[in-house]
Design a binder for this molecule. Structure first.
Ligand SMILES: Nc1nc2c(c(=O)[nH]1)N[C@H]1C(S)=C(S)[C@@H](COP(=O)(O)OP(=O)(O)OC[C@H]3O[C@@H](n4cnc5c(=O)[nH]c(N)nc54)[C@H](O)[C@@H]3O)O[C@H]1N2
Ligand SMILES: Nc1nc2c(c(=O)[nH]1)N[C@H]1C(S)=C(S)[C@@H](COP(=O)(O)OP(=O)(O)OC[C@H]3O[C@@H](n4cnc5c(=O)[nH]c(N)nc54)[C@H](O)[C@@H]3O)O[C@H]1N2
Ligand SMILES: [Mo]
Length: 718
């Protein structure tokens, strides 16, 4: 709820009448006013001339981009231009709907995003099990009796790939109604402390633990597929594959005793309903795809897939039918590393090599949209240096930061309070079906362009339409194509309808809003262009500012599945084969240390550190280390530690804490605001160090996801 007077924000608080949040708000939400007012925020296009950024008009900026980029594409082909899409794109209408146009217009195979430092393993397991990488089950936390959390700290992150305002309150509610919360994490996090049980685990070994849990279910006759049982293929293959992983065999690897593993499996099987939920700590590791898969194998074998209180499939208001043709990866591979394409993307861990390795298709230009890969992606020092070798770089961003300082042109975007919003991503991942729309609350700043027009104009430039293309006409064309595709789809509720009539009836006064109105009306609760006058439309959402509750998640198997068989594929070949990587041959790390990350409630990856109210207080970018390790290594709490990995070395203040497992150290990511050429006054006063200087080249092979947790390091007094 944003109170506004004379086009200025008076107060921001949670909306107590909101059907989903009931007034819960994150500290980062309540400081959007400060973000908006930040004098460092980029408000005009910037062009770099002789190494210095100068303000420019939009026409000048786009003329410069066309001048530089079009000849590069003509000379070297589209693959010479790479695109990196950062996390905030997922949460803007512009990013969700218009980046894909830019990508289609460019036709480059060098597409990268924050997905390969985050959740790509989940897309792989979902794509192979359910037929589409975006069919992702979420833990039904409001109804579950038992929640097993691995590698997530929702009391700090507020949950991820499982959208729920007030995760903390919802976790409390599980316990209040007599349920049980168990957390597996190398750190005793806030989530772990409040849980009924917390188990430390050796970083990177969740796949072993999960395989052992599967083993016990078969070994002790606890498998019960539940209501979705007749739509599940591959159970016998999973049973055979799990034979190699008795708890007694994985215990030393995971640092969890066999009896506890057996007990966990029995508890999961016995619970009235249960959900297994794994996030960053299970995905950004060596065996990320295996862990992502085994989480849903466990949900399935305990009868909890698609069952209330288990792991369920949301049905977003904008959802459109998916083709039932299954999913593959590797339609092409990266030039240097030979990594398979996944969801059209290549691993961002390989981007620096693509820029620095000579040859045909070498990347010589880069477009970043809402991303800060210099801090957020592995082997940062190398990427930072590689960006200097580019012939041309454009960044669409709200700050001049560690990444965008390398750009030749920075194109600004309106911040959250100055744009309308409907969260496409969160709708598909929410623990309850909800639709919510908010209009821009403040008017546009002088000379501002909505981000969708900037992305559309970039698309026009790279497709050869020139810097002055008629954007209205381009947008109309794009929208007409979407309508044509939809009415041509026999599975659509508006199949066979007249396209011109649909277009004429669609409302919304800007590009993304028009598409939103269309998607809502053609969606599962939609008004269907006259079919159901009470159904959803943008108009209806506008009239209901507190959102529209569409009810608890409903069972969706088999209708939700997009596999050619029409079944859940519990044993996809690629994943079963990947189990072979789980070896037991590696010697225990004799006293060696491994690095993990962590998140803080008042931070958001790398980019909210310029808001004073969020960063003030105690230093947060510290190296957490167990007292026993600190003593052995001669580290003291007033001191600084040097942390060195195969990729690099940083020095960070020491924080001794019994909450971290022996043999493990933790450093948060997103810091390191001490590079020249950035314009972040507040952040540079408390720069912290960049933990991704320590992460290296290793990726999870099936997903291309970077390994950011479980990195071997040496730790010594600095
Ligand atoms: N070691 C380690 N590294 C990690 C992680 C980890 O756990 N450990 N987590 C990873 C994860 S999960 C993620 S998602 C990535 C994030 O990786 P990135 O997305 O690359 O990084 P962010 O810090 O989110 O940067 C967001 C950028 O978007 C800009 N921005 C903000 N709002 C807008 C907007 O409305 N429009 C535009 N155009 N720009 C905007 C910001 O100024 C900033 O430059 O980091 C990953 N890196
Ligand atoms: N306040 C805040 N909220 C955020 C963000 C933020 O930066 N700040 N970022 C947002 C984004 S982009 C994302 S993707 C989500 C992420 O949301 P979460 O997945 O909840 O992310 P984290 O809080 O990093 O929690 C990861 C946990 O994994 C543990 N861990 C590390 N290695 C291992 C391992 O090998 N095994 C196991 N079992 N655990 C391990 C860490 O100790 C940590 O507690 O958060 C989102 N929300
Ligand atoms: Mo993320």
């Amino acid at each position: 709820e944003v109170a506004v007077r004379n086009d200025a924000v008076v107060r921001i608080r949670g909306d107590r009448d909101d059907v989903f949040s009931r007034g819960f708000i994150c500290p980062k939400g309540s400081t959007l006013k400060q973000l908006d007012a930040d004098p460092d925020r980029v408000r005009r296009p910037l062009i770099k001339r002789d190494g210095r950024f100068e303000p420019a008009t939009w026409d000048e900026a786009f003329a410069h981009i066309a001048d530089q980029l079009v000849p590069l594409i003509a000379a070297h082909g589209p693959n010479a231009v790479a695109v990196y899409l950062g996390n905030p794109n997922v949460h803007t209408m512009s990013g969700t709907l218009y980046n894909r146009l830019l990508i289609r217009a460019l036709r480059s195979r060098n597409l990268y995003s924050a997905s390969t430092v985050d959740q790509m393993p989940k897309h792989v397991s979902s794509g192979l099990m359910f037929g589409h990488p975006d069919i992702i089950p979420v833990p039904d936390i409001d109804r579950t009796d038992y929640l097993l959390i691995l590698g997530a700290n929702p009391r700090a992150s507020n949950g991820s790939l499982a959208t729920a305002p007030d995760w903390p309150g919802r976790l409390d509610a599980i316990q209040t109604r007599g349920g049980r919360v168990v957390v597996v994490d190398p750190r005793r996090t806030r989530t772990a402390r409040a849980a009924d049980e917390h188990l430390f685990i050796q970083p990177g070994t969740d796949a072993y633990l999960l395989a052992a849990l599967v083993h016990v279910l078969f070994d002790e006759g606890l498998v019960d597929l539940g209501p979705a049982g007749d739509r599940i293929s591959g159970v016998d293959e999973v049973a055979a594959a799990a034979e190699a992983f008795p708890p007694e065999r994985v215990a030393a690897t995971c640092a969890i005793d066999a009896a506890s593993i057996r007990r966990l499996a029995r508890e999961l099987a016995a619970a009235e309903s249960a959900a297994v939920y794994g996030r960053i700590g299970t995905h950004t590791v060596r065996f990320g795809s295996l862990a992502a898969w085994l989480v849903d194998v466990l949900n399935t074998l305990t009868g909890n897939l698609d069952r209330p209180g288990g792991a369920m499939f949301p049905r977003a208001a904008h959802e459109q039918p998916r083709p039932k043709r299954g999913w593959t990866t590797g339609r092409w591979t990266s030039r240097v590393g030979g990594h398979p394409e996944v969801r059209g993307e290549l691993p961002v861990a390989g981007l620096a090599d693509e820029i620095t390795t000579p040859g045909d298709d070498k990347v010589c230009a880069l477009i970043t949209v809402a991303g800060n890969p210099v801090l957020s992606t592995p082997h940062s020092n190398r990427l930072d240096a590689a960006l200097d070798q580019l012939d041309f770089m454009v960044s669409v961003d709200i700050y001049r930061n560690e990444t965008t300082r390398h750009a030749d042109v920075i194109l600004p975007a309106p911040p959250a309070l100055r744009r309308p919003h409907y969260d496409f991503a969160f709708g598909t991942l929410a623990v309850r079906n909800v639709a919510n729309y908010s209009p821009a609350v403040l008017s546009s700043e002088l000379g501002a362009e909505p981000e969708w027009r900037t992305l559309l104009r970039l698309a026009a430039v790279v497709s050869g339409m020139g810097p002055d293309a008629d954007l209205r006409q381009f947008d109309d064309m794009v929208f007409a194509a979407l309508v044509e595709r939809t009415i041509g789809d026999p599975a659509s509720v508006i199949h066979g309808r007249n396209g011109d009539e649909i277009i004429a009836a669609t409302k919304g006064d800007c590009g993304p809003e028009r598409m939103l109105d269309f998607l809502l009306r053609a969606g599962p609760y939609g008004e269907g262009y006259g079919r159901d006058p009470k159904g959803l439309s943008l108009e209806l959402l506008r009239s209901r500012p507190h959102g529209i509750d569409l009810g608890p998640l409903q069972p969706r198997i088999p209708e939700v599945l997009a596999t050619p068989s029409g079944n859940v594929e519990l044993a996809p070949e690629a994943l079963v084969a990947d189990l072979a990587r789980l070896d037991f041959g590696t010697a225990p790390r004799n006293g060696g240390m491994v690095l993990i990350g962590r998140r803080h409630l008042r931070s958001n990856n790398s980019w909210m550190h310029n808001v004073d109210v969020l960063v003030k207080g105690k230093e947060r970018c510290t190296l957490q280390i167990n007292p026993a390790d600190a003593e052995r290594l001669g580290l003291t709490s007033a001191g600084t530690a040097r942390v060195t990995s195969a990729a690099g070395s940083v020095a960070a203040p020491i924080e001794i804490s019994a909450d971290i497992m022996p043999g493990v150290v933790s450093l948060p990511h997103g810091w390191g605001h001490d590079l020249p050429g950035i314009d972040l006054t507040v952040a540079s006063r408390r720069p912290g160090v960049n933990s991704n200087i320590l992460s290296g080249d290793e990726i999870d092979p099936l997903s291309g996801n970077a390994v950011l947790n479980g990195i071997p390091v040496e730790v010594a007094p600095a």
